[in-house]
Design a protein around this ligand. Sequence first.
Ligand code: SAM
Length: 234
Amino acid sequence: MTLETLLREGFAELGLPLDETALRRYRLYADTLAEKNAVMNLTAIEGEEDVARLHFLDCAALLQGFALAGKSLIDVGTGAGFPGLALKIACPSLELTLLDSLEKRVRFLHECCEALDFPDVRCVHGRAEDGVIFRGAFDCATSRAVARLRVLCELCLPLVKKGGLFLAMKGPEVEEELREAQNAIRLLGGSVERVFRYQIPGTEVHHTVVAIRKTGDSPAKYPRPWAQIKKKPL
Ligand code: SAM
């Protein structure tokens, strides 16, 4: 099946709209990703069908559970742009910042945003724990495949405004990570709002999104330097 057919069917199954501009942008993104992935390590997911399902539809599924139109969002450890850039295509009113610690991936993101005609997307090279200028700046933070939840909370919750949401994209089994993250969530001013479960259309893959509402303040001493976060996670 072509990327276009998979996306049309997948979006319909998710109950989400997909217009021709978005479809053209997904095609361009997939082609750019395939071309660059051949010469630099951007993603282990390859081939049109897997990119359509395991990247684009997996990320778009977030919109089934959460209204993001017009929101400011930072995607922490975005890599080749997931979920951030894939969400922006489906929801162009998103005010998007893409953050990654690997410079070559951020260079790729700049090129991609230019090709996709997204001049408003901010692509930032840096580490989340160093992001002092972004403190409390976003309605929403997302992260997929970056770290365990207790660590992610320290990286992401300080970036979110009070009242905003941190959406952690996780695999099917999240209970243990959630238990382990209780202390971090509490210390950083968060509270678990819900665990959204979904199946990626056209697959047997089940994923979850842990939605953490920032109900309080994140104390100024967090995030700590990476060495400390790693050695002694909250
Ligand atoms: N989120 C993407 C996805 O799901 O395809 C990429 C996942 S990749 C396994 C993890 C990415 O997180 C890498 O690109 C790495 O450079 C980035 N990363 C890890 N720790 C980070 C940190 N503290 N701040 C910013 N980026 C980080």
